[in-house]
Every structure is written in C-alpha cells, then in structure tokens.
Design a protein around this ligand. Structure first.
Ligand SMILES: *Cc1c(COP(=O)(O)O)cnc(C)c1O
Length: 472
C-alpha cells in the first residue's frame, strides 16, 4: 500500500514512514492510504460471520503488504487484542458496541495497542530504543502508556499537568514500571505539550536520543479502529432480523466524537465493504462538525469543557482526513449529526438506564440519545420540514440519504460505547443514583504505588532529565 498526504497528493510513501513520521514533515498534513481495498464478498458473507481477530488480520493485510509478512502481522494482532468488542442489544433496534474491554477501559486501547506493536516491529533492527514522548490531559496518556508497557525496543515518557487530571486518570498513567515513565509537570496541559514540542525541534537532543510521538493522528492508530466497525456491522446484519423483524434494515453507526478519529475509521471500514449505510456524528457542546455539516463552512474554535471531556475538541484533527476522502455533498448524504450540552448528557445517561437498564458512560450517552431521537421522531420531523435550531441541542438540520429508512423505522443503530461507565462514576451516579461497578483492572490500579516524578515547567530541566534518564 502507498500512503499520501492530505495536503499534497504528490507525496507517496510506505507504511513504515507514515507510522514513524506520524505526520508529514514537509506539509504538516496527515497520511492517508491511496486506496481502500474492498474485502472479498466470500469473506464478507461468511456464516457465521468471522471473528474479531480474523477480521483484523484481513483488514490490516493490504495496508502493510510487502512490509510486514502475514505470520508477523498475525502475531501483532494476537498480542494487541486478547480482548474483543462485544455487541450488546439494548432494545429491538439499538446495539451497544462495547469498546472498553481493553486494559484502560476506553476505545483508544484498540488503536494504541496496534500502533505500539507496529512501531516495535519497525524498530527491531535498530540498536537503540525509540523514545516516545506524550503530553496528555488524561485519556491518551494511559492508553499509550499501557499499550507500550513492556513492548521491546520502545520507551515512553508521559507528561501530565499536576492537579489537573482525575485521581483515577493519574493512577492509570503514573503506576507503570520498566519502560514507561510519567512526569508530573507543574503547569498546564499546554505547558506539557510545549515541553514535548520543544524537545522534538531540539537538534542537539535528537542527535543523542531517537524521539517519536504517539499522536492520535498516527495512521497506525486509525486503521485498527476500523476492525470493530466491520466486526459489529457483520454481527448486527446477521442478527437484526431476529431482534427487530425488519428485513434488510439500514445499519447506522452512531459515534461519540471529539477529534473524529473514531468516525474516520468507520468511513474506512465502510469503504472496505462493511455493511454500514450511514453515520451519526455525535458531539458534546463542541459542535464544530455539526455546524460544518449544517452551514458548509468549517470553523475551528477553542474547546469548551464538558462532562464528556474526552470529546472536548474545538478543532478536530481528522476533519482534514474526512474532507480529503469526501466532498461536502457526500458527507451530507452519509452523515446525520447531533449535539448535546451537559444537562442533556446527564438526562441521556438517566434516560438510557430507565429505558433499557443499561448503564452508559457520558460519551456513549450522547450517541445513545442521538440514536433514540433519530429513530423515534426527530428524523421524521426533519423530513416533514420541522427544523431544529442549530444553536440548540439535538439533531442538526441535515437530511442524509438514509433518513427515510430511519423515519420509517427500517433502521438499526450501533452505538459506540467508548469508555467504561466506572471511569466517570460521579457523573453516572448523579444521573442514575447508583455508582457503576468498577472492573477489577481499574480497582487494581488504584492500589498500585504512584511512580510519577515531579518536573518543573522548564525546558532545560526537562532536557537534562531526559538525557540523564533515557537510554541512548
Ligand atoms: C478519545 C475519546 C473519544 C473521542 O474520540 P475521537 O476519535 O477523538 O473522536 C470519545 N470517547 C472517549 C471515551 C474517548 O476517550
């Protein structure tokens, strides 16, 4: 497979370069594959449908062709995914795709674990470690730390702002030993990011240490997220008739979004043959994408803090990939969009719990409510000319190609549940009255000793620390 650059289509590069560079050095653009091969019909129509790892292997294969042999790819996939993505029916026409069964209880494990093993694979012939530096405001740091922990040839340093992340998040990124270290920076997230960025541009440091990033824009985090879209849509297609008594329902993936990496992965799965008829781009009050779909004008803005904080993004990085793959008309025909404020998030968690008995986290709750409204009457109203005010929470006034099927109740939804509700226990308790059960793997982490080291917000001190502590 060759990869190109969203800002310069003349760029052609291989997977290894795209993964190790993260973003295009010349243009600052993002890498995308030049094509999305459709999987063979015989594979897509297999009964019973293929399992998660079989799908993962078959989808990853064309993207690494000629660079990672089949047996090594199989090894990477088996090591990355000792867990899967269960599809849980919650009512006749709604399925929750649980993406929190990985070690950090959030969907980012799917991307980060594949990326870690691919980077390790590409680094195996080097005789010095590759040092990953990550600045985090919480979620990314734990997924990356956990994914790279004990992966050979790689070494991770996580920087996080002291006192600005939740106690559970802090435990999740500061309790590793061995090749993953955490620095508790006296400053803000932006200060952490600045320290990391300065290190990347420091020629004298880079002459001594091999540095890389594990950014969410990395193509090796995006591709593996497409696996669970393929898997869940095949599962839902196979069982939808039994659950809903709808013949050939439209299958809609409803995605709680921030940087839109997750949703972009869904687009890739659909290109490769996943039976997905459309998407719902669901956001919190950071409604840059719903506004774009409505007005046709893309306007990035500063983010605002919400209860679904992993989606607090005002300038979604993957907008650039979506706009490179499709024009505005195609986006409008494929996507419905929807947004909710904090009050709506609390109500949705409660609403889902009361309607179905399912405890959903604040991020997934946005998707739950979007789907519930669409399949009950919001899309019907929109088709009859009743438009929601874009400045108010709810369905964006845009009519996708699948709107009629949804309005006529001929559609089923796959709601992506991106985090375990126990990660946001307080918000969930406020909504439902009871605290979610904490999974063992989170409970264990709370008991581990904190190993983070303090760090001044001072580049020279940070550099000295790197040179003294990292292996050259
Ligand atoms: C990161 C994250 C999101 C947003 O995903 P994007 O790919 O940035 O759109 C949603 N929910 C949770 C729990 C997350 O951690």
């Amino acid at each position: 497979m060759t990869y190109t650059d969203t800002r310069n289509r003349a760029v052609k590069t291989d997977f290894r370069t795209a993964v190790l560079n993260g973003m295009s050095k010349e243009t600052g653009g993002l890498y995308i594959p030049t094509e999305f091969p459709v999987l063979p019909q015989a594979f897509l129509n297999k009964t019973p449908e293929p399992g998660f790892r079989e799908i993962a292997f078959n989808m990853a294969k064309p993207f690494v062709e000629g660079e990672i042999p089949d047996s090594d790819l199989m090894g990477i996939i088996n090591a990355a995914y000792p867990f899967s993505a269960p599809v849980v029916p919650v009512d006749r026409t709604s399925y929750v795709l649980e993406l929190f069964h990985g070690p950090t209880c959030a969907f980012k494990d799917f991307g980060a674990r594949f990326m870690a093993r691919v980077m390790s694979y590409f680094n195996k012939d080097e005789n010095s470690p590759l040092h990953i530096l990550v600045a985090t405001s919480g979620d990314t740091g734990s997924a990356v730390g956990s994914a790279f922990h004990n992966v050979p040839g790689l070494d991770v340093t996580i920087l996080y702002p002291e006192g600005k992340i939740s106690p559970l998040q802090e435990k999740q990124l500061s309790t590793f030993d061995g090749n993953v270290r955490a620095l508790r920076v006296k400053g803000t997230f932006d200060d952490c990011q600045k320290l990391v960025k300065t290190a990347f541009t420091d020629e004298s440091l880079r002459a001594t240490l091999r540095l890389s990033s594990a950014n969410s824009i990395n193509i090796s985090r995006l591709l593996p997220q497409s696996f669970y879209y393929m898997y869940s849509s095949l599962v839902v297609r196979a069982r939808a008739w039994l659950d809903s008594k709808i013949e050939n329902p439209a299958i809609i993936a409803v995605v709680p979004s921030g940087n839109f990496g997750n949703l972009t992965s869904g687009l890739i799965a659909r290109e490769m043959g996943a039976p997905i008829d459309g998407f719902v781009a669901a956001t919190n009050s950071n409604r840059t994408i719903p506004d774009w779909i409505f007005s046709g004008e893309y306007r990035a803005r500063a983010s605002v803090a919400t209860l679904a904080n992993a989606m607090d993004v005002g300038a979604p990085s993957n907008y650039e990939r979506i706009a490179a793959m499709y024009n505005l008309e195609q986006v409008r025909s494929l996507f419905a969009s929807y947004w909710l404020d904090d009050e709506g998030i609390i109500q949705s968690i409660r609403h889902c719990y009361e309607k179905t008995g399912y405890t959903i986290d604040p991020h997934g709750s946005v998707a739950w409510k979007a789907w519930y409204d669409i399949k009950t009457d919001a899309m019907k109203k929109l088709l009859s000319g009743e438009k929601n005010d874009i400045a108010k929470p709810g369905l964006t006034p845009n009519i996708p190609a699948w709107a009629k099927k949804a309005a006529e109740k001929q559609a089923v939804g796959i709601i992506l549940e991106t985090a375990h509700p126990a990660k946001f226990g307080e918000t969930v308790k406020k909504a439902t009255g009871s605290s979610p059960v904490i999974p063992d793997r989170l409970e264990k982490i709370m008991k581990l000793p904190d190993r983070a080291e303090p760090m001044e917000n001072d580049y020279e001190k940070f550099k000295t620390w790197l040179l003294e502590n990292l292996q050259k």
